[in-house]
Ligand binder design. Structure first.
Ligand SMILES: [Zn+2]
Length: 253
């Protein structure tokens, strides 16, 4: 079915690129229409009715008119600004990372509802949660987006021999996509990283829990760091396009 000439949808602002003196290209994720590109003419002019309406992390009700190359933004109503995210560097870096993942994984058109809901939910939690929960929310989001994409790491069985893993420290391989058991590990030529028995338990818990339970979970910071390191490697290896904001933040930390 062809898109109507003018259409309205609720969407999250994933990315923008300023253009010329006053214009901006925006990339949005809509629950029912998937990834959208819009051209916001004059949006950076103080007299424009769109001024300040298309910023990162905003949830908007947006109207676009179909254009020859890019659709043109005609109306924007701000639904939520999530302003607290910008107040803290860790929270902001987490929000940028999760938005970039949504950008890499979502597609145009329908079929992006789960990605949209997960992004919307995680951004809302990031906006109100204590900053000590940020790393756990990143784990929650990354595990769930990998699950939605059918790219979950394997933590229950050895990816080489298929044997059920014992409750002990293990080794993870990014190219293999999961844990390699102690019997298969010596034959590996690919690099392996440690994954402690505690980290595996936490991973399983977070993968099976609601976001509220994840925030309540008491877990040492080094365990969450180890988990996020493994998930970052998995994502870098299995999702096209490295998550650039992470590299950027490593640079400024
Ligand atoms: Zn094995």
């Amino acid at each position: 079915m062809a898109k109507p000439r003018i259409y309205t949808t609720t969407a999250l602002v994933l990315k923008y690129r300023n253009y010329g003196e006053a214009d901006r290209f925006v990339t949005l994720l809509s629950r029912n229409l998937g990834q959208l590109q819009g051209f916001a003419k004059g949006v950076r002019r103080s007299t424009s009715k769109l001024t300040g309406h298309l910023e990162l992390f905003y949830k908007v009700r947006i109207t676009l008119a179909v254009g020859r190359n890019t659709d043109v933004v005609t109306e924007v109503q701000i639904l939520k600004t999530l302003g607290k995210i910008n107040n803290n560097l860790d929270t902001m870096s987490c929000a940028l990372t999760i938005m970039e993942l949504a950008l890499n994984i979502s597609t145009e058109g329908p079929g992006n509802e789960n990605i949209y809901d997960l992004l919307d939910q995680t951004l809302n939690r990031l906006n109100i949660t204590d900053e000590s929960n940020v790393d756990k929310l990143l784990t929650y989001y990354q595990l769930n987006i990998l699950f939605i994409s059918g790219l979950s790491p394997e933590f229950k069985e050895c990816v080489e021999c298929g044997s059920v893993l014992k409750q002990q420290d293990q080794l993870y391989s990014a190219p293999a996509g999961g844990i390699i058991c102690p019997k298969c590990a010596p034959k590996q030529t690919r690099s392996l990283v440690n994954l402690s028995v505690n980290a595996i338990k936490v991973l399983r818990f977070i993968g099976n829990s609601d976001v509220e339970d994840v925030e309540q979970l008491s877990v040492p910071k080094n365990v969450v760091s180890q988990i996020n390191d493994v998930l970052n490697r998995h994502i870098d290896h299995h999702i096209d396009g490295k998550v650039r904001s992470r590299a950027f933040l490593k640079g400024i930390k």
